[in-house]
Design a protein around this ligand. Structure first.
Ligand code: NAI
Length: 333
């Protein structure tokens, strides 16, 4: 078996620290990997004048998978989000966000196991904004049947592969009759082709309330971009927050795995960051590559270190640094 070609993007803030930790864990599984560093975000802007250089995009396209650290984006002004640009330019149309409880992490529920699938390329993130007259701005929310059916198919195929029983389409079709009406209709059309998986739908505000009151009533949720952005953070909150939640951005020609947290400028460079979310993202990457045994081994090691509770980072109430925690995960493997 030839070595996997993996790109890593250190990113900004705590990015290099958590990416380094995740790479150490992947290497410790023993699978053959050839890592190549590429740059994006502020670090790339400083080095090349471009926050998302063409060479980085090219390398991601040519790799088996990419592990990405968080990249900084200023609100309101400055360059456009690297993440949004990356997803659009590489057509990483599916954002996959599992939320699974980890014993030892205090949270409202202790047995959550659900997945949010978010359409990644359109909706309000199309970037189509303009000033109509001074003081009035319009943002265009684009929904197409092509992208909606594509994300619905991704959800159902993933559900089937992972043995999930039900897919729920989250929408606001009662008010946004045309745009979300089309999204819901597209999901229904695809659902008809997957008789083995249940399908239902839920209005987004009701879904938010139901998720907080009783997340166990959901299995897999599929939704457009903005709703997915918000509700996937909510589901992260159900299992212990941003420090432990992974994600995958998948397209037909590339896949990028990253934590859902940001660059954490307040703790950057101090060796204090919790690398769990990025290591869990590497677990998703290993599964994507077909390395199930290695993925299970890393997942079990994280769970045993956290439930043991002796070596935990500060955000989880411990006093260990990034390196010490990573050593513990590797030792548990
Ligand atoms: P953030 O996630 O960076 O930080 C929020 C809080 O959580 C901070 O107190 C931070 O210390 C803590 N935190 C986050 N990750 C942690 C970890 N692994 N271990 C321990 N504590 C952790 O969110 P914020 O402050 O809103 O964003 C900072 C920057 O990150 C912004 O420029 C934003 O655009 C960017 N960002 C990038 C993302 C990405 O590249 N995927 C995602 C979210 C934000």
């Amino acid at each position: 078996m030839p070595a996997y070609k993996l790109v890593y993007i250190p990113g900004d803030g705590i990015g290099p620290e958590v990416v380094n930790a995740a790479r150490r864990v992947v290497d410790a599984t023993g699978i053959e990997c050839k890592w190549q560093a590429q740059f994006a975000g502020l670090s790339a802007l400083e080095q090349t004048g471009d926050p998302l250089p063409a060479i980085t995009l090219e390398a991601i396209r040519g790799a088996d998978a990419t592990l990405k650290g968080p990249t900084a984006t200023a609100s309101g002004t400055g360059f456009r989000s690297v993440n949004v640009a990356l997803r659009q330019q590489l057509e990483l149309y599916a954002n996959f966000r599992p939320a699974r409880s980890i014993t030892g992490i205090e949270s409202r529920y202790d047995d959550v196991d659900l997945i949010v699938i978010r359409e990644n390329t359109e909706g309000l993130y199309s970037g189509l904004e303009h000033t109509v007259v001074p003081g009035v701005v319009e943002s265009l929310r684009v929904i197409s049947s092509k992208a909606s059916e594509r994300i619905a198919r991704f959800a159902f195929e993933t559900a089937r592969r992972q043995g999930r029983k039900r897919v729920t389409c989250v929408h606001k079709a009662n008010i946004l009759k045309l745009s979300d009406g089309l999204f819901l209709e597209s999901c229904r059309k695809v659902a008809d082709q997957f008789a083995d998986i249940e399908f239902d739908d839920c209005i987004v505000d009701a879904a938010a309330m139901k998720l907080v009151l009783d997340p166990h009533q959901f299995d897999m949720l599929v939704m457009e971009n903005l709703f997915g952005d918000i509700l996937s953070d909510l589901t992260s909150g159900l299992v212990g927050g941003l420090g432990v939640t992974p994600s995958a951005n998948v397209g037909d020609g590339a896949a990028v795995f990253e934590a859902v947290h940001g660059t954490a400028p307040d703790i950057a460079g101090k060796g204090l960051a919790n690398p769990t979310a990025l290591i869990q993202s590497a677990v998703l990457m290993l599964r994507f590559l077909g390395e199930k045994e290695a993925a299970d081994r890393v997942d079990r090691a994280i769970r045993s270190v956290i439930s043991d509770g002796t070596v935990l980072t500060g955000d989880l109430g411990g006093s260990a640094g990034t390196a010490e925690y990573t050593d513990a995960v590797i030792a548990a493997m």
